[in-house]
Design a protein around this ligand. Structure first.
Ligand SMILES: Cc1cc2nc3c(=O)[nH]c(=O)nc-3n(C[C@H](O)[C@H](O)[C@H](O)COP(=O)(O)O)c2cc1C
Length: 319
């Protein structure tokens, strides 16, 4: 397949650069730190939000570097680079690696040597270790293409988002909302009940035997834990598995937001205790899922939330 050469570009229209950047900023992006090693073997890195996936086979990704960057020569000389996708709790790292004023950006930053010695930053949501595939001069930037030699998707944590020139930290904001006590626990329970019952009905319809087996293993795991904190985390996993069995990407996002809130509420709930009476209820829910009986499953899930509410009310009385 021959790609026709681009038609000669029209002479550039004088753009209002601020307006142009604002328009570009209306596209929310993630934030990454691109790293490589210099000729002296020292780690080099900078913050970047121009990262993009390019091709699956072969696995190619790209990012753009300003010609004005002090790191330009190092990246042009290097044969490999790593992409470290940042989590919400790595906002400080993003600011550090965006600073042109810090001499050693890696000082005090935990990292390990990956593919070809590339610096892999600890705590990233995902990392892509790449061999340089190509580089193209593109206006006032150089576009680097990398072929992914190794990748890791280590942390199931919310990613840092950059939008309109600012960092968006949805989960952090939700956590602050929960921590501020502004979140009514009755409303949280109501939302959980409604959304999880809806997801459960979908899971009865769309769930695979493998999905149900995963839930079975999770229920056994909950029963094996004696301490409330581990049981609570495994119970959150029960709802995540039900959500996955619904096979609806949009509802997964909704459920994850709820899970973030719930996890925060449970982590700060000093009265939390193991709830052995909920074990048979989860087993009945799973049995109805395998029978693909959404009505019976939903009735059992409602019973589950009734028990939770009763337990919470009892704890409030004795608190
Ligand atoms: C959120 C964010 C995204 C950025 N994205 C890019 C980018 O895609 N490409 C780039 O060249 N610079 C980008 N920068 C700016 C560089 O991080 C910054 O200029 C660089 O780290 C300065 O250091 P250097 O001159 O040593 O490279 C970004 C900065 C921030 C805060």
């Amino acid at each position: 397949m021959t790609i026709p050469p681009p038609s000669p570009a029209e002479p550039p229209t004088a753009f209002d650069m601020r307006a142009f950047r604002n328009a570009l900023g209306s596209f929310p992006t993630g934030v990454a730190i691109i790293t490589t090693t210099g000729a002296d073997g020292k780690p080099i890195g900078l913050t970047c939000n121009s990262f993009s996936s390019v091709s699956l086979e072969p696995p190619l990704v790209s990012w753009g570097l300003r010609l004005a960057s002090k790191s330009l020569e190092a990246f042009r000389q290097a044969d490999a680079f790593a992409i470290n996708i940042l989590a919400e709790d790595q906002k400080e790292l993003s600011a550090r690696f965006a600073s042109g004023a810090i001499a050693d950006k890696f000082e005090g930053v935990p990292w390990t040597a990956g593919h070809r010695g590339l610096p892999v930053i600890a705590g990233s949501v995902a990392t892509f270790e790449c061999d340089k595939f190509a580089e193209h001069l593109a206006g006032d930037h150089v576009l680097f293409l990398g072929q992914v030699a190794r990748f890791d998707h280590g942390r199931q944590e919310a990613s840092l988002v950059f939008y309109k020139g600012a960092y968006m930290m949805l989960t952090q904001s939700l956590r602050e909302l929960a921590a501020s006590g502004k979140l009514d626990s009755v409303h949280l329970d109501q939302a959980r009940r409604l959304i999880n019952c809806m997801l459960l009905r979908l899971a009865c319809q769309n769930g695979s035997p493998e999905d149900f087996d995963a839930i079975e293993r999770n229920i056994a795991e909950i029963e094996n834990y004696s301490d409330a904190a581990h049981r609570a985390e495994a119970s959150i996993e029960f709802f995540r598995l039900v959500t996955l069995a619904a096979h609806n990407e949009v509802l997964v996002v909704v459920a994850e937001t709820l899970t973030t809130l719930l996890r925060h509420v449970l982590q700060t709930d000093a009265t939390l205790r193991a709830r052995p009476e909920l074990v048979p209820v989860r087993r009945k829910i799973l049995a109805h899922m395998r029978e693909r009986d959404p009505d019976a499953a939903e009735a059992e899930m409602s019973h589950y939330f009734d028990q939770l509410r009763r337990g919470a009310a009892a704890r409030e009385v004795h608190a």
